[in-house]
Write a protein that binds this ligand. Structure first.
Ligand code: F6R
Length: 247
């Protein structure tokens, strides 16, 4: 299903409420809430609202375990461009989640250690009973996580090569495309698919054409987000501008 909100803020508050409801339900049953998180511009207001709920409404994250979708490779955690820094700045530094319950792909690994790390990442998610919810943005290549065109629907967590368009879109953050890493470690499409609930968010007109392809286009690895059409647990949450090309 597709739900269109007037503004990114309205859509973000809706998503934050859904996440908060999962956290509270799990608190009541003394279980962990397992959240799959994304970085980038799209989820920033969701995190803002979750931080607000923590500060003003006492929403606790003590029972929350998080798995981020991806991290650049190579990437030092302390680097301003790392997804570790992004998550700390926008969410983790402002809530009461125990550090050891935060999982982000490790951009500092030696190449030969990556496959074992990726298998362990999948296993950790599985051992916790799987992701309760995965939130996603979408890249202009149609990537979800960093699953670029050509990614297989059953792909797992792995090292990938970033598309040139993805690196161009990241150039501003890095002060030039040449500074954007060429690779990343990302959860696979198969990993994302196992989540009990998947929410893909997109805001603003720049995403309108890729959203049209993702929601209405032919299912193909050329636009990895089209695979989401095959899942019954997916919801597209859009603002008016991102939805404007949908029929
Ligand atoms: C981020 C991620 C990416 C972004 C996508 C959109 O963890 O996995 O797929 O969601 O590139 O980025 P923004 O939100 O910056 O437009």
């Amino acid at each position: 299903p597709v739900t269109v909100f007037d503004t990114p803020k309205d859509g973000s508050i809706h998503v934050a409420q859904r996440i908060a409801n999962i956290i509270k339900e799990k608190q009541n049953s003394k279980e962990k809430a397992v959240l799959g998180l994304a970085t980038g511009a799209t989820p920033i207001k969701v995190y803002e609202e979750l931080v607000r709920m923590h500060k003003e409404e006492g929403l606790s994250f003590s029972n929350v375990v998080t798995f981020n979708l991806d991290e650049y490779y190579p990437m030092a955690a302390e680097d301003a461009q790392s997804y570790v820094s992004f998550m700390n700045e926008h969410l983790f530094n402002h809530i009461d989640i125990p550090k050891e319950q935060i999982n982000i792909p490790d951009g500092t690994l030696k190449l030969e250690d990556i496959p074992a790390f990726c298998l362990e990442y999948e296993k950790k998610i599985g051992d916790l009973g799987g992701l309760d919810i995965q939130i996603l943005g979408i890249g202009r290549t149609g990537h979800i996580g960093f699953n670029e065109p050509g990614s297989a629907p059953n792909s797992g967590t792995r090292l990938v090569t970033l598309d040139d368009l993805t690196r161009r879109d990241a150039a501003r953050d890095f002060g030039g495309k040449s500074f954007v890493p060429t690779k990343a470690i990302t959860m696979g499409i198969g990993t994302i698919f196992k989540a009990r609930e998947i929410i893909l968010m997109a805001w603003n007109g720049k995403k309108a054409s890729i959203i049209k392809k993702a929601v209405e286009g032919e299912i193909s690895s050329e636009v990895p987000a089209t695979f989401l059409q095959l899942s019954d647990n997916v919801e597209f949450i859009l603002d008016k501008d991102a939805a404007k090309q949908l029929t």
